[in-house]
Design a binder for this molecule. Sequence first.
Ligand SMILES: O=C(O)CCC(=O)C(=O)O
Ligand SMILES: [Fe+2]
Length: 319
Amino acid sequence: MLSQTQIDSFNRDGFLVVPNVLSPSHLAQIRAEYSGLLDRLYADWYQAGRVSVSPVGLTFSEKLSISYQAGCDWFQPFDISLPGDTISADTPMHFGPAVFDMVVNENILDAVQSLLGEEITSNPIQHIRIKPPAPQLAGNEIRAHITATDWHQDRGVGLEAADKTEMITCWLAISDATVENGCLQAMPRAHDKMLPHCPKVQTAIADGFVDEAAAVPLPVGAGGMVMFHPLTPHSSLINRSDDFRWSFDLRYNVTGQDTGREHFPSFVARSKINPEQELRDWRGWKSLWETARAELAAAPHIPIHRWKSDAPFCAKEIS
Ligand SMILES: O=C(O)CCC(=O)C(=O)O
Ligand SMILES: [Fe+2]
């Protein structure tokens, strides 16, 4: 549970850094799960001639770099979500035991319970972000899961239906997150209203609405967590280090409230009233997403963005 001092600090600033949430052994399990996944992807790319360097002796980071340079996408096969664009019956995604154990980790849920109460749903807006050093980025890279993230509020990237939802974002550092390698930064005490967003390169807060000089960087060691309010303006810094920066962002909301992406599956992570509703097996999580994928592949595309470029504050964005 969070202390009263931590709760007060979250309520005042709109964010809170909580160190040592995931244990070193759990971090090792997450890394091993992804290492196995990348080994399988890389072996296929090598066999198909899409990457020319043999996997023998390569580190995880080297495999990431070589395949990224070769235009082989590991992001979507790694992600713990379906994409916002078109979904097909075989769109890759990843739902495994080590990541599931993170989503239902007791330290995370205790902290969330301190802010939202005992009825907690795992919100389906969740991603892995593995960010290469900036010089390695492709010139046309705009994905916020790969390159630096523009200023936004998480409420602004969900649909209107979730505007009243009580939700918390939990951002987990898998590698140390530093100012140098592109940690988060946030605007303190600014979580009182929705700011206008525009469809820029990414969906981002309209020009002139962020006081960048007031931004606070939020470095945190591997296994630590940054929690923030859905109205807290935040972005991430450029990765100026020479290795990958790895995080997950998870969200939790009060059970029964709109998730902002109702076409993706949510599940009860903790319940005092109905503990038997809690999902406890990673295979059940995986199958929820597989069912959603099959249904969505067969249905018309559902847009996940709400901001239009012809809105008043976005006029400058129109080319
Ligand atoms: O890690 C990042 O670059 C940004 C993450 C973010 O916007 C979030 O977790 O809501
Ligand atoms: Fe965000």
